[in-house]
Design a binder for this molecule. Structure first.
Ligand code: GDP
Ligand code: MG
Length: 302
């Protein structure tokens, strides 16, 4: 086969990872990409944005799209916008990875499935967190049961965290890709700007630091992002809902904000392979989670 003919056989396509919050979508994406491009944490709803990560081998390019979980749209404008993001994302892809958690398949999962049934795209079902399963013999009957719900292209038990069966997922995904030329350079792993990655890393550190003390209504704006002489200078503005949260984030004598800043900077230096100077501010922006105009100005509407 000549070089040209080989090139013609490339496959390239978009793959969405969907599922209810906290099932391990971001973790799976991170492990599939072997690069930290999407943010995970023990709190649900950490990922609010559409994030694209790309993997390439000689013949295949998968462009992964992480999605926020589907939410109860009646609760706030933010939830409504998040759901619209999911639906617009899955309408746009070539294949879908539907992630569920171990042996539980609950009402929320059924809701996701209802959405997927309308899309007519290949759906790969990943039963994640199988490392937590104490009774492994329950897995096969569970898979049988799920196979009756929908014509999944494949059902794969896996552990995103433990790296179990990720190669099977990769193989199954590749077989769903349509023929076509690569859309991204082979070494590119995200089309999101470094700015966005910086804001997500800050948000991740805040969530890690505060755990249950903070609701998820928090956002980070990057006000300055400049690169000069091998040093990236970043100013991050942390926007919060209520003034009471300000003290919590800043901590005693600024100790907490400092810890957040140091951890975020360390991750940024790894991600950008570059020295980073990071300064953080905290500002109250009352009611922004319910103000669609404010959401748009912050870039939550895609
Ligand atoms: P998302 O909301 O679906 O994106 O979920 P995340 O990827 O943020 O994961 C939610 C939580 O589940 C995190 O604490 C992960 O570490 C954890 N998690 C993800 N995958 C696995 C897994 O395979 N096994 C176990 N035990 N935990 C996992
Ligand atoms: Mg996530």
């Amino acid at each position: 086969m000549s070089k040209n003919e080989e090139k013609e056989e490339t496959r390239c396509g978009y793959v969405a990872i969907v599922g209810r919050p906290n099932v391990g979508k971001s973790t799976l994406l991170n492990h599939l990409l072997r690069q930290k491009v999407s943010i995970t944490s023990r709190k649900p709803q950490t990922t609010r944005h559409r994030i694209i990560g790309v993997t390439s081998d000689y013949h295949h390019q998968c462009i992964f799209v992480d999605t926020p979980g589907l939410h109860d749209a009646r609760k706030s404008a933010l939830n409504r916008l998040m759901n619209e993001t999911v639906i617009s994302v899955i309408n746009d892809v070539d294949a879908i990875i539907f992630v569920v958690e171990s042996l539980s398949f609950n009402q929320e999962d059924y809701k996701v499935l209802e959405v997927l049934k309308e899309i007519y795209k290949p759906v790969l079902l990943v039963i994640n967190k199988t490392d937590r399963l104490s009774q492994k013999d329950l897995l096969l009957p569970h898979m049988d049961k799920l196979s009756t719900l929908f014509d999944f292209s494949e059902i794969i038990p896996a552990s995103a965290l433990g790296g179990h069966n990720l190669d099977r997922i990769e193989k199954a995904v590749k077989s769903c890709l349509p023929q076509g030329e690569f859309l991204f350079p082979e070494d590119q792993f995200t089309d999101r700007s470094m700015r966005f990655l910086a804001s997500e890393l800050i948000r991740e550190k805040i969530t890690r630091q505060l755990g249950d003390e903070l609701p998820y209504d928090i956002t980070v704006e990057i006000e300055k992002f400049t690169e000069e002489n091998g040093l990236i200078d970043i100013h991050g503005l942390i926007l919060i809902d209520r003034s009471g949260q300000k003290k919590i984030i800043i901590g005693k004598n600024g100790a907490r904000l400092k810890t957040i800043g140091i951890a975020a900077r360390q991750d940024m230096e790894k991600a950008f392979a570059c020295k980073v100077m990071l300064r953080l501010w905290v500002k109250v922006k009352s009611g922004w989670a319910d103000d669609e105009r404010a959401l748009q100005s912050l870039g939550y509407t895609g």
